[in-house]
Design a protein around this ligand. Structure first.
Ligand code: NAD
Ligand code: DAU
Length: 366
């Protein structure tokens, strides 16, 4: 039986991590344990995304939520967190996550995604050995990965868990490397490891450098809508809460040494998705759809731009009993409403003001 009492969530100040903690603390009554969030608060980590969690579940609330600011590459710090909170489960979201940034500057991706993942695994290897040298079997290291490790599809077919890895960007290469390190720790040292490879997420609290929030905000502000290349690249979109319910399912029932694909059965060409978004945002804001459409701007393509991603997620459906709860329509509706009613959050990001606030709260970041 897995313990799931003291869960270390890495990268909980980021998009998927903060939504994961919300799902667990607010919508999962069967989870009664504590969450310890280790996050370095890089440009993508936003303490403002945690304010409601802190208020309800932090020291002033139920005392089930703890925040530790720091780098997953910092072995001394991460080791002390394992001891201090008696960590029995790791859900490892922390990563450099944006493909375009990895093309401009790959170094941080190799450091955080590869070396950071290795550091956490290596700490778990020691922390989870009992006094007689036997690995505990009530613990779990769940590594969050991406469908991008599989490379690019042609017009047909799907990524399955058997598809060979073929990453094309420094980001996906760093995630592929971290997946291999995670599985090697399972085979070599017997650490209970599970892995998931998910398709494109969307939803509240996503940093507006990613396609959907970037486009929502640019539409509202009348800015150009940059479409890479011919706009015909295809992504498979999943609402973030559905990704996180899949992760919760794996924590409970996932088999060690196994990877699980997670996807939305929801393929869209970028340009078609953009026109759909324009329609939704225009209807909600009173903007004139045809005028907004004129702001679509084809720009230079991303180098090495993968053509198509599509996920076969029959394994997780069959083994874990997972299914998505949101349609694309209902998920996008929630997402657009969130961005429309959380202008303060997005304004702070755009002004960089949240970085000043973080420095005041947590000291200067290095
Ligand atoms: P994000 O960029 O929004 O958040 C990443 C978080 O990690 C931030 O809070 C950041 O401060 C933190 N972080 C970065 N470097 C760190 C370090 N060295 N030490 C501690 N914390 C650090 O990312 P996201 O979109 O929430 O993605 C989370 C995970 O899910 C990543 O592993 C990503 O590869 C994976 N994933 C993302 C998607 C997607 O569509 N966004 C899809 C599939 C998989
Ligand atoms: O597939 C899972 C991956 O999805 C995750 O592993 C990554 O962390 C996440 O960032 C995401 O990667 P993508 O590169 O697919 O997402 P992004 O939002 O950057 O781009 C989606 C598509 O839209 C892609 O084909 C590039 C295109 N695009 C993106 C931006 C930001 C544009 O055409 N214009 C843009 O301005």
């Amino acid at each position: 039986m897995r313990s799931l009492k003291n869960i270390l969530v890495t990268g909980g100040a980021g998009f998927i991590g903060c939504n994961f903690m919300r799902v667990l603390l607010q919508k999962t009554p069967e989870f009664t344990g504590r969450i310890i969030n280790l996050d370095h608060l890089t440009y993508a980590g936003n303490a403002a995304s945690l304010a409601d969690i802190e208020a309800r579940f932090g020291a002033q609330g139920s005392g089930r939520y703890f925040f530790e600011k720091g780098d997953i590459c910092d072995r001394v710090l991460a080791e002390s967190i394992f001891k201090k909170y008696n960590i029995d489960t790791v859900v490892h979201f922390a990563a450099e996550s944006h493909v375009d940034r990895s093309i401009l500057g790959p170094e941080d991706f190799i450091k955080t995604n590869v070396f950071g993942t290795f550091t956490l695994l290596d700490i778990a290897r020691n922390a989870w050995k009992s006094d007689d040298g036997i690995m505990r079997n009530d613990v779990l290291f769940h590594h969050i990965s991406t469908d991008e490790v599989y490379g690019s599809l042609g017009n047909s077919g799907f990524f399955t868990e058997q598809t060979p890895y073929d990453p094309h960007s420094p980001y996906s290469a760093s995630k592929a490397a971290s997946d291999h390190v995670a599985m090697s720790y399972h085979y070599t040292y017997g650490i209970p490891v599970t892995l998931s490879n998910c398709s494109n997420n969307y939803g509240p609290y996503q940093f507006p450098e990613k396609l959907i929030p970037l486009m929502i905000l640019n539409i509202i502000e009348g800015k150009p809508l940059p479409v890479y290349g011919d706009g015909k690249n295809i992504r498979d979109w999943l609402f973030v809460e559905d990704h996180n319910s899949a992760v919760w399912g794996i924590l409970q029932k996932g088999r060690c040494g196994e990877s699980y694909n997670i996807g939305g059965d929801n393929e869209w060409e970028n340009i078609k998705l953009l026109h759909y978004l324009i329609k939704i945002v225009s209807a909600k804001t009173g903007l004139v759809q045809t005028k907004v459409e004129q702001t679509v701007k084809y720009v230079t393509d991303r180098p090495g731009h993968d053509k198509r991603y599509a996920i076969d997620c029959s394994k997780i459906k069959k083994e874990i009993g997972w299914n998505q709860q949101y349609t694309f329509e209902s998920g996008l509706d929630k997402t657009v409403d969130w961005y429309l009613s959380n202008k303060e959050w997005t304004d702070k990001i755009k002004s960089g003001e949240y970085l000043k606030w973080i420095e005041k709260c947590y000291g200067t970041r290095n």
